[in-house]
Design a protein around this ligand. Structure first.
Ligand code: THU
Length: 129
């Protein structure tokens, strides 16, 4: 069964409470749907050595890949500020490695916006193929 965009946003929102963002106060959460139908959540995890901070999207991808998943359909990204939160450039490239055709679902004040990794990163870097 395909998980709806609304449901994926809801799952991301539920995990927002786990975001660790004491320095920026900007909580981010992501919910990544694999082709096999599993959802992997991720939140940003900050560090007092700021540069060590990890974004929510990459946490979700790394959790999924480390569990054996390498193919993904869509990702929902939400922030504690309730505004549309686009994935940063580094996360776009990490998502590109596994899912060039990924759908990206954003949310603002209860409204859902859809875009794609193709639009956000038209020419990603690739070593293979
Ligand atoms: N952040 C994410 O989690 N994902 C993004 O795509 C952009 C930024 C986090 C990192 C940091 O903890 C906070 O947002 C402010 O930059």
């Amino acid at each position: 069964m395909e998980i709806s965009d609304e449901k994926l946003v809801e799952i991301a929102k539920k995990s927002l409470k786990n975001a660790y963002a004491p320095y920026s106060n900007f909580k981010v959460a992501a919910a990544l749907l694999s082709k096999s139908g599993k959802v992997f959540t991720g939140v940003n995890v900050e560090n007092s050595s700021y540069g060590l901070t990890m974004c929510a999207e990459r946490v979700a991808v790394f959790k999924a890949v480390s569990e054996g998943e390498r193919e993904f359909v869509k990702i929902a990204i939400v922030s504690g500020k309730g505004k549309k939160t686009f994935p940063c450039g580094a996360c776009r490239q990490v998502l590109y490695e596994f899912a060039e055709n990924l759908e990206i679902i954003l949310e603002e004040e209860g409204k859902i916006y859809k875009t794609s990794l193709k639009k956000l990163l038209p020419e990603g870097f690739k070593l293979k193929k």
